[in-house]
Design a protein around this ligand. Structure first.
Ligand code: PEP
Ligand code: MG
Length: 758
């Protein structure tokens, strides 16, 4: 067996010994690309190490005894295995193979002096060479010296046993013994200039190459932290067609002393200069062309320029997401039109039409088919007019406000939170709404629509994909989508569009039965259309301000200073004023289920305390609705108390659905309806604190063996967010109809990378 192989000795067929990453570097080296030199400590070396030291039996014994659904036990045992690997001395002869290879590398590129290297995990799986294990690819940068290199190879080996890696192998039914780990040891490039290269224009135009370049290490370009130079090259003539030089005031480079990185100011005279000279641009484009031809697909490559020499650090097929970002950037540059204002892109799509301003409810009839509804803020009574509109534009509101959510369910383009649209236009003005970007143009402007994904070609996913759907009229249209059911049916939408009357008024008028029948009818419509797929009905989550406009609402909805934090969701159901109305909601559910539609499950919104759940379950029982094999009761996880006490809440119910809209509002203390905070970017589901809370909920639920879903806007607005949810182990994701295809694709890709595919 070979303990160590050099990049020049391997190719893409060598995944079994070098892992995916190692084999790819080998292939690129074979192709003649200037890959920073290095070697791979083979998967066999790892195997030899755990066999000769007797660790193998100990490791697999611990794994056999681990129940991966018990998070504490999983974490404890993963740590035990990692400690075993890290604290066991590598047999001297094996160690010497690694040390000798490193010395050789130092001789070749450092003139005998120790050189900085990156040590990267490169996992492999017997019999399944194509399996990808991206979840466990640990990388250690800025490693120097023989001892450190050996130590970091050992750390890579240990990284095969992180709790997450164990969990996914187990979940996928992948025998642990079949997965091995190679370690790549590669010279670090200390680049003066670096960047990315796409060998096809993101619009799908394969005749162009796009290069982006910035000073310093590549992470600023890849991470989008600075605006790079952009060079466009014609593939056939290899001529530079355009250059866009961006000002760069700071960069990232190796920190003094060599460990880690630091931020440096760029001297003023260099800030506006072209980062990469023309001849190097052409040289790079040629390398890109060569790589694309070799692999047969357009490539997304990372490159670095050090001491006058170009290196190719990474090359992979262009992913759809990267493409999309670039398409959007280019689209915006190409569109010629006078921008009136901008807002938040709440519901995607493009429309042109005459403006109809609606400032009070009696103006609703003005809105005819094809008009653009312009208003300060929508409310539930406007839904019939919203349905007729070609697009909706509002002054107020954030990405998760009423107008945003309803427009997406109705499939109507909407831009919210412009701050001023009602002041900028008058009835009859023609405007064009690009709700995919959140831009309003004066007059008619031609904007190309994004190509839609082909639903028939969507991959299957293990993570269930549900739909957010509360407007029953839309059920038939969306039932054809490849979804596993309805993950969020907001009951208050049915009440506002179907019944329009406040339940307490119906009781007062002696018309409670009629009210129940109407609600049951709306719910049944969705359940029937989706049968046998589950439909999760969320009991009403009235906010006093939004729903005062229901018939009779003023009498029953108190004026509150902070309705978002007020008498909403669960707190109503057991309070004496609303309990009789809650019982009507329950009667409607019972009626639908008794009619044979047993795919109806329920969910409690805005849960603050465990005690509330207990009380409500009791009331439900009195109305003949008890949790069971065929009747699931979930709670929404949207108040941070549920994240902090996830395990305790899990004891009470069958599952959770994370409401990222309210959770973000409450973790960050940002009013989700505020257009100002929204435009400032403060309402951000991707904030690490929000993600931490989400992760706590998922882990708490899983630990207790409960289902955990997410039904807020986050993955619909940012399909990449779904990747994070899959990594955390979510069971299902519920999204808006227009987001199904994109989210499904991202989920499938993430599952593949995590080795979770079917
Ligand atoms: C949420 O808070 O994320 C949610 C889905 O509920 P709503 O948007 O109706 O408050
Ligand atoms: Mg909510």
């Amino acid at each position: 067996m070979k303990y160590v192989v050099w990049f020049s000795e391997i190719s893409r067929d060598d995944i079994p010994i070098a892992g995916g990453k190692g084999a790819n570097l080998g292939e690129m080296t074979q192709l003649g690309l200037p890959v920073p030199p290095g070697f791979v400590v083979t998967a066999d070396t790892y195997w030899e190490f755990i066999t000769r030291t007797g660790l193998k039996d100990a490791i697999f014994k611990i794994l056999r005894e681990t129940n991966v659904d018990d998070t504490d036990q999983l974490e404890r045992n993963a740590k035990r295995i990692q400690d075993l690997i890290l604290n066991t001395r590598i047999p001297t002869d094996i160690e010497m193979h690694i040390v000798e290879a490193y010395r050789k590398l130092c001789n070749e590129v450092g003139g005998g002096k120790p050189v900085y290297v990156a040590v990267r995990s490169s996992a492999t799986a017997e019999d399944l060479p194509e399996a990808s294990f991206a979840g466990q690819q640990e990388t250690y940068l800025d490693v120097i010296g023989e001892e450190e290199v050996v130590k970091n190879v050992q750390r890579c080996w240990a990284s095969l046993f992180t709790p997450r890696a164990i969990f996914y192998r187990e979940k996928q039914g992948f025998p642990h013994e079949k997965v091995k780990l190679a370690a790549v040891v590669q010279k670090m490039v200390e680049s003066e200039v670096s960047g990315v290269m796409f060998t096809a224009s993101p619009t799908g135009d394969t005749s162009k190459i796009i290069i982006e370049a910035a000073y310093g290490l590549g992470e600023v370009v890849v991470g989008g932290k600075v605006t790079p130079d952009t060079y466009v090259i014609d593939k056939e003539s290899l001529k530079i067609i355009s250059k866009n030089i961006a000002k760069q005031t700071w960069k990232i480079a190796r920190a003094p002393g060599g460990k880690g990185t630091a931020r440096y100011e760029i001297p003023e005279e260099l800030q506006d200069k072209q980062k990469l000279p023309d001849d190097k641009i052409i040289e790079l484009a040629k390398l890109g062309l060569k790589t694309e031809r070799h692999y047969g697909h357009p490539q997304d490559m990372e490159w670095a320029y050090e001491n006058g020499k170009l290196y190719i650090v990474q090359s992979r097929a262009i992913t759809t997401l990267k493409l999309k970002e670039k398409v959007e950037k280019e689209r915006e540059e190409e569109i010629k039109g006078e921008v009136l204002t901008r807002g938040l892109p709440a519901s995607p799509g493009i429309a042109t039409g005459p403006v109809k301003i609606v400032l009070s409810l009696d103006e609703l009839d003005k809105v005819q088919d094809g008009d653009i509804l312009v208003t300060t803020m929508t409310n539930p009574d406007m839904v019939p007019a919203m349905k007729r509109a070609a697009a909706i534009v509002t002054d107020e509101g954030g990405m998760t406000c009423h107008a945003a959510i309803v427009s997406r369910e109705l499939g109507i383009p909407a831009v919210v939170g412009t701050g001023n649209i009602t002041k900028l236009v008058k009835d009859g003005d023609i405007i064009t709404v690009d709700a995919t970007k959140g831009i309003i143009y004066k007059g008619e402007v031609k904007i190309e629509k994004e190509a839609e994904l082909d639903l028939s070609e969507l991959p299957k996913t293990k993570t269930k994909i549900y739909l957010n759907l509360g407007v029953p009229d839309m059920a038939e249209k969306y039932a054809k989508l490849p979804v596993d059911g309805v993950g969020l049916m907001r009951e208050e939408f049915i009440i506002a569009t179907y019944i329009k009357k406040h339940p307490l008024k119906a009781i007062e008028e002696g018309k409670a039965e009629e009210w129940v029948d109407k609600l049951a009818e709306g719910i049944a419509k969705v359940c029937k259309t989706f049968y046998p797929r589950p439909v999760v009905l969320r009991f009403s989550d009235f906010k006093t301000n939004e729903y005062r406009d229901l018939e009779g609402g003023e009498k029953y909805e108190p004026e509150e200073n902070n309705p978002m934090l007020g008498w909403r969701g669960c707190s109503r159901y057991y309070s004496p004023q609303y309990e009789p109305a809650f019982r009507l909601e329950l009667k409607a559910v019972k009626k639908v289920r008794d009619s044979g539609l047993d795919n109806l499950w329920v969910m409690l919104p805005f849960v603050r305390k465990q005690e509330e759940v207990r009380k409500i379950l009791e009331i439900m029982k009195e109305e003949g609705l008890e949790r069971g094999e065929k009747f699931k009761v979930w709670i929404m996880a949207e108040v941070p108390s549920v994240a902090l006490l996830a395990e305790e809440f899990a004891e009470l119910v069958d599952g959770f659905s994370i409401g990222s809209n309210d959770l973000t509002q409450l973790v960050l203390g940002v009013d989700r309806d505020s257009d100002m905070l929204g435009r400032m970017g403060l309402f951000d589901e991707k904030d690490p604190a929000v993600k931490r809370a989400i992760s706590m909920i998922i882990h708490g639920a899983r630990k207790k063996g409960k289902t955990v879903s997410l039904c807020g806007q986050a993955p619909s607005n940012y399909p990449e967010f779904a990747r994070f949810l899959v990594e955390q182990g979510i069971t299902s994701i519920s999204v808006n109809p227009d987001a199904v295809a994109k989210v499904k694709k991202v989920v499938a890709e993430a599952e593949k990378e995590l080795g979770m595919e079917n």
